[in-house]
Design a protein around this ligand. Structure first.
Ligand SMILES: NC(=O)c1ccc[n+]([C@@H]2O[C@H](COP(=O)([O-])OP(=O)(O)OC[C@H]3O[C@@H](n4cnc5c(N)ncnc54)[C@H](O)[C@@H]3O)[C@@H](O)[C@H]2O)c1
Length: 379
């Protein structure tokens, strides 16, 4: 487009972050960190993770002449809010953080989202290093550069894009994670196969997933690599998740509502699993997805992964729709749902991956889903 009297430049601002992934690789961290010039490291984590891994990291860095100021915050969905964010930002300023400092976050997706957002706000952006300690953070949240806190009306309502200068992924840290959190993270991996990689389905339809609590570190490494690559393949086409990469939200519209209504009692991954099954039923109701492909959702999530995809007792379409309608994904044209037309492929409409569906049809699918809960295995 030619604009009168206006010359067009590009800011050339898009930036990708290195992601280092290994197993028991702490010794190499100082070397990587020394590539950057900085005055101090502000090391933010929670009390438990500081004890489990944080002290060892800070000691290692100190041995290489890098001093860390340890800062403890509370994490978990109930603390992922403005109050925690404000306390952290004020504390960092009190501790005399400067524009030359680096903030390092050690934690799961919740903690790193809070710290990443603080890093994006302080002096309009401080460099940030992410050390994920959950499978979810290793394979999902750390890749998207999206930082956020929850609001009164829903999850992740307030946030920004702030890329870490690098991600330090050490799979050793997930050894202490609860098995249910490992399974919750695998749901996102299964989602990536459902939305964009038909071949990935056979990767998850295997004994490896059924016996996930018994896999060795090499097997876990290959699972992590698969999930990271499958998400990266999507993000490379659309790094800020404004168009094509919105397919990553498959199951999330319903999932976020379930997570929000239960105040996090149903954790993110489990809520998304149920959300994907509802989205698959909706896709089937609209004639886009075959019954066999819907059944494959139950097979991978219930039979293979062994998790429940039932809605909590008493949860109905009114509650879910009310939450969805105030969700951060709602646009002028209504709620855009990510639907499948076959396994490994999302339904596209006029080049867009969001489908706008009559609220009444969505309510009907949710109610019928809730009624069939009792027939499901893990209800
Ligand atoms: N930004 C994104 O793109 C994105 C993507 C996915 C999820 N998320 C967000 O991530 C959050 C979920 O993250 P999560 O699944 O990592 O859970 P989490 O961060 O809530 O962690 C769950 C619990 O495990 C603890 N924990 C963390 N690491 C541990 C370890 N190694 N050993 C023992 N305990 C450990 C945490 O302190 C917490 O109590 C949600 O808030 C979600 O919105 C964001």
């Amino acid at each position: 487009m030619l604009l009168y009297n206006i010359e067009e430049f590009s800011t050339q601002l898009s930036r990708s972050s290195p992601y280092y992934l290994g197993n028991g690789v702490l010794e190499s961290l100082p070397e990587v960190l020394k590539k950057y010039e900085f005055d101090r490291i502000f090391f933010v984590t929670n009390e438990i993770l500081l004890r489990l891994y944080g002290k060892e990291i800070c000691t290692m860095l100190l041995e290489h002449g890098i001093e860390c100021k340890e800062i403890i915050i509370k994490d978990g969905e109930a603390h992922k809010n403005f109050a925690t964010l404000e306390t952290l930002c004020d504390r960092l300023v009190e501790e005399r953080i400067t524009k030359d400092s680096i903030i390092m976050a050690l934690g799961g997706g919740c903690l790193t989202n809070i710290v990443g957002l603080a890093a994006s706000l302080i002096f309009r952006g401080i460099r940030y290093v992410e050390i994920p300690t959950t499978l979810m953070a290793l394979t999902d949240s750390s890749l998207s550069n999206k930082q956020a806190v929850n609001g009164k009306a829903g999850k992740n309502l307030f946030g920004s894009y702030h890329a870490p200068i690098f991600i330090w992924g050490d799979i050793k840290y997930i050894e202490s994670e609860k098995p249910q959190n490992i399974k919750a993270a695998l749901v996102e991996g299964i989602k990536n196969a459902f939305i964009s990689d038909y071949n990935g389905v056979s990767f998850f339809d295997s004994e490896l997933i059924t016996n996930i609590d018994k896999v060795d570190s090499d097997e876990m490494f290959s699972i992590i690599q698969y999930i990271i690559k499958s998400k990266q393949n999507i993000l490379m086409k659309d790094p800020t998740e404004r168009e094509y990469a919105l397919i990553l939200e498959y199951g999330h519209t319903f999932g976020h509502a379930i997570e929000w209504i239960t105040r996090g009692q149903i954790i993110h991954g489990y809520a998304v699993a149920t959300g994907m099954c509802i989205a698959a039923e909706l896709s089937n109701k609209l004639g886009y997805l075959s019954k066999e492909d819907v059944e494959l959702h139950y097979h991978l999530l219930e039979d293979r992964l062994g998790i429940s995809v039932s809605l909590p007792e008493g949860m109905n379409s009114n509650e879910i729709m009310q939450t969805i309608l105030s969700d951060n994904k709602k646009k002028k044209s209504g709620v855009g749902y990510i639907l499948l037309d076959k396994i490994g492929h999302c339904r596209m409409q006029n080049g867009h991956c969001e489908s706008y569906v009559d609220d009444g049809i969505v309510r009907g699918v949710i109610d019928s889903y809730a009624q069939h809960n009792k027939k499901r295995k893990y209800a």
